[in-house]
Design a protein around this ligand. Sequence first.
Ligand code: C2E
Ligand code: CA
Ligand code: CA
Length: 581
Amino acid sequence: MQELEALARKLALAYFVQRDYETILEYLSPEFSWIGTGEVEIGKGTAQLRRYFKQERSTYEGAFTIERAWYHTVFSAPEMAVVTALLDVSSDPKSGMVMEMPLRFSAVYRREQGRWLLVHLHNSVAYTEQEKYPFLNPAAAQKNYNLLKKAVVQAKNQDALTGIYNLEGFVQRAGELRCGPQQRQYALVKFGINNFRYINRVCGFDTGDAVLCSIAGSLKEFCRTCEACGRVEKDVFALLLAYKGKADLDQRMEKLRQRLLSPEIKRKIGAEISFTAGVYLPADLCAEPMKDMLDKAFIAMESCKGEARKNKLLYYDPAMNEQRFEEERLMRQAPEALEKGEFCLYLQPQLELAEETLAGAEALVRWQRPDGTVLLPDQFIPMFEHNGFILEFDFYMLEVLCRQLRAWLDTGFEIKPISINQSRRHLCSEGYLERFCAMVDRYKVPHECIVFELTESAFVEFGGETMALARQLHQQGFLLAIDDFGTGYASLHSVSRMAADILKIDRSLLENFETNPRSRVILQKVVEMARETQMISVCEGVETPEQKGYLKQLGCDWIQGFLYARPMPAQAFGQNCLKRR
Ligand code: C2E
Ligand code: CA
Ligand code: CA
């Protein structure tokens, strides 16, 4: 609000006092239009404006004084505002021309590429003064009003960044189309970019914006006149597509996916960008509110989780609704389950390859439900991350682990480092590490017994924050591990600068290593890099003696996987794996 008022003040200053018309041009959108008080004072674009300014100057060369000024800003959309200005302006009496008049301006500002620019200006004399200055142009005023109205409506429905519809615009346009006279069959599609945060973080926000614009451009080209597209959330787009049959729709969607991004953008980013789409095929197009239909497309899109999301297209099925309902029920039960101790600590031993001895273990949670079922972390951790419960949950598991370690230490067991998974969401919460240390210290667990695991993507997305955390963790004597290495986008080079102690190689890197020479080379390079940067290499998901043999040959330090041991309840781990000092 104040920013716009300041801009309007500057404009008035440049126009009346400084009479610096070139500066004014810098504040204007290329699409600028204006309406003055005289019949000829209507124009568009800089060339016409320059001509008008020249004429103004020839009428009166001196400067004006602004006696009084009043500004008022009204936002008509987040990216659009009107500043009304009332100014009392007088000319220099010595110039021979005496002019004193109250003026009124309506200045329409729009955010374009991150800057507020003036798109329209209407200069008119205040209503009460009209009779005295009979040069108000009613036709111009009417036209101005219409222009303003159009611009406001457009700004309300348009996404300022990409120029396609925003949510409101899409809902309105799709609503008009679906019940049109043609009786077409329509599909509602919602799709999102899977790793948009990564793009913003690593390639910069400008590149992120360019990705969105490239997608919007492709959508616009792709849609027929009887169809609509919009950007309905930050990195989520919606489409209303006319279709003949599912096969036809699948084909069109695949074609679209392939050309969503321009080749230049793809080259700029370097990494693969994947999409996930949800499709809703309404039986009766006019029966449901548009937003409900969009929601169903979204439920379909969201029903696909984790790695499986890559370039996946899913059709809405009412069962998805039930699944979602079930998930929500689980989420509601989680806090109580935590209090009742339903979340149990499991430990998966890690094997030191050279000596074939226990190297450490990883703490993994299991949700033991009162009905006897056991839920695996993948069935609830992603949801905890989504709704923020993970922040509390991770501390709970840390406490359970510390309590257990204290008990084992008191028994006289020798403790090898135990890894604990921590969500990336902590990276942005204040006082996190202090809280973490306080918890470990409450149970007087030596810090070197704890390995702090963060996924590779956290290292990439929160580069700066993670570096800072790594430093503090080391000062406190904890170990730091990069988890799931090979699933994100970190380059070998960037990992070598991450100041971690342990590199956990994701089991996807082990996949088909026996048949694929490329996999073998990648695995070999990763192990080499870990060695060269003094990190302990741990390969996860080792299931066969062949995999183990190859890793040993490469000089990998530790392995973790079903071959050596499955995750087991903490008590079993204590009994089977720990020894007295
Ligand atoms: P992760 O950190 O990558 O943990 C390793 C996962 O691989 C575990 O899955 C483990 O059971 C599984 N695994 C181990 N060896 C093998 C193998 O040889 N073959 C196969 N196929 N899988 C193997 P789990 O326990 O289901 O945990 C899944 C993920 O949930 C973990 O992946 C971790 O990211 C997360 N998680 C688990 N417990 C916690 C927790 O307490 N807090 C947080 N924030 N995340 C947790
Ligand atoms: Ca882990
Ligand atoms: Ca892992």
